[in-house]
Design a protein. Structure first.
Length: 464
């Protein structure tokens, strides 16, 4: 048997003579070895091909991952506990101000994020030792251009940290635009409320103004009558001094006194003065309440007396509830000032009172009966709690999940827009970091509970 594999031929030639190699005793053995060599070559070829394909696939996958990695617009830094930049990656579209070939080996808080230099090392230490992710935000100003950045610190092994810096200027601008729209919506809702209350407020002002006018005319008439009496007394006094009093003069004075009805006027004038002052005070209170309620407030939160704000809002909304409910105020006199947007708080309380009045109105209708609305305040730890309770029909179970949704309403067209509770939720939860919830029983009424933090410091560091 003549071997076909070259390696086997070389081995036979090297170790066996031609006579022994051609011996029939070795044919089957050499054939087996020849086949083994051939099979091994085939397997090696297949393995080399597989390895070549795997290497190519791994290279392509690695290239794809690198391309994806490089396309990320964020800046990535590998830092030690002192903030030294050990490695970095710049991304496509990254701010040129943050790109530099000289950043390696420098302190990131001295070269890149100098705006938060003071607190950065402490935060970096927390990330490394406590193994938690911390996110910070800072601003960079160049001329009139302000850029906003977010830096996310993630722990690695060996107390190293990965810092991912992202430009969030567009997001911040979008948030500011959204806040502007929300403010506009709240102002529109407030103007809508004032417009809706205008007729009732006009009536509230007209009633005391009317009896102030009536009493003023009564004063005018009384003044003329008293002046005529005084004039008659003066004539009588002059006649007495000249000793010329005549019966006709006496009759004339008596008739003047009788026509003036002084006894009646002396009795009614003090009461009319009291009613007039009361009417003027009532009008002044309505005007003060309207002024406080409609005041837009500042752009920043300010310490506010919530009790006073509630009293003003209840007064402004009087025309909405006075025919269907009695309002009881249970206000804690020791309530501390609360840092808030008082204009938005007024709007929330107004919406809750109007909703309660409408709910009671649907129950009492034309029966002449009245329900009740109770507004109470109290301190609960670091929060102030405001409760608005009504004896209306309650909120059906099926619609409770939807009450804070924008434009959701069960009222007929023209009576509600579905914005009241949505505005209340956004204001209390999103603007003030508080909470609003309700408890309702069908047929008995509803209680809304508003909780506001007394102090609301603006946190610059957000922990995940």
């Amino acid at each position: 048997m003549e071997p076909t594999h070259n390696l086997l031929k070389r081995q036979i030639k090297r170790h066996l003579s031609e006579e022994r190699a051609s011996s029939g005793d070795l044919d089957s053995f050499l054939q087996a070895i020849d086949e083994a060599y051939t099979e091994a070559d085939m397997e090696r070829s297949m393995l080399e091909r597989t390895l070549e394909l795997s290497s190519q696939e791994l290279f392509e996958a690695n290239s794809q991952m690198r391309a994806v990695f490089e396309s990320i617009p964020d800046l990535l830094f590998r830092l030690d506990q002192q903030g030294t930049i050990l490695d970095l990656k710049t991304g496509l579209g990254t701010d040129t101000l943050l790109q530099s070939d000289k950043l390696l080996g420098t302190k990131i808080h001295e070269t890149v994020i100098t705006q938060i230099n003071d607190s950065f090392l402490e935060t970096l230490h927390k990330v490394g030792t406590e193994k938690r992710v911390i996110t910070l935000e800072y601003c960079h100003t160049l001329g009139e251009q302000v850029s906003h950045y977010e830096i996310r610190l993630t722990p690695l092994l060996d107390n190293q940290v990965v810092a991912i810096i992202r430009n969030i200027t567009d997001r911040k601008n979008a948030e500011q635009e959204r806040k502007k729209i929300e403010v506009q919506m709240r102002n529109l809702q407030k103007m809508e409320s004032i417009g809706h209350l205008a007729a009732g407020i006009a009536h509230e002002i007209n009633t005391p103004t009317q009896y102030v006018g009536d009493n003023t005319r009564f004063f005018q008439d009384s003044f003329e009558s008293i002046r005529s009496v005084l004039h008659s007394y003066r004539e009588l006094l002059t006649a007495a001094e000249c000793n010329t009093i005549t019966p006709e003069l006496l009759v004339s004075v008596e008739k003047t006194i009788e026509d003036a009805d002084l006894e009646y006027r002396m009795e009614q004038i003090p009461q009319a003065i009291h009613e007039t002052l009361e009417g003027v005070e009532r009008v002044a209170k309505i005007v003060r309440s309207m002024k406080e309620f409609s005041h837009p407030g500042g752009k920043e939160k300010a310490a506010a007396n919530l009790n006073s704000a509630i009293e003003s809002t209840v007064s402004v909304a009087r025309s909405e509830w006075k025919y269907v409910a009695d309002v009881t105020l249970e206000l804690d006199p020791n309530l501390p000032p609360v840092l808030c947007y008082v204009g938005e708080f007024n709007q929330v309380i107004l919406n809750l009172i109007i909703n309660g009045a409408h709910a009671i109105g649907d129950v009492v209708k034309d029966t002449g009966a009245k329900g009740s609305i109770t507004v109470s305040t109290r301190r609960d730890g670091d929060y102030v709690e405001v409760r608005v309770t009504d004896t209306g029909a309650g909120i059906p179970e099926a619609i409770r999940p939807h009450v804070f949704e924008p434009f959701f309403t069960t009222k007929e067209v023209g009576r509600g827009t579905g914005q009241g509770l949505s505005v209340a939720y956004n204001s209390i939860v999103q603007q003030h970091g508080g909470s609003i919830q309700f408890f309702s029983e069908v047929g008995r009424g509803t209680m809304f509970v508003v909780r506001l933090p007394i102090n609301q410091p603006s946190a610059k560091i957000h922990y995940n």
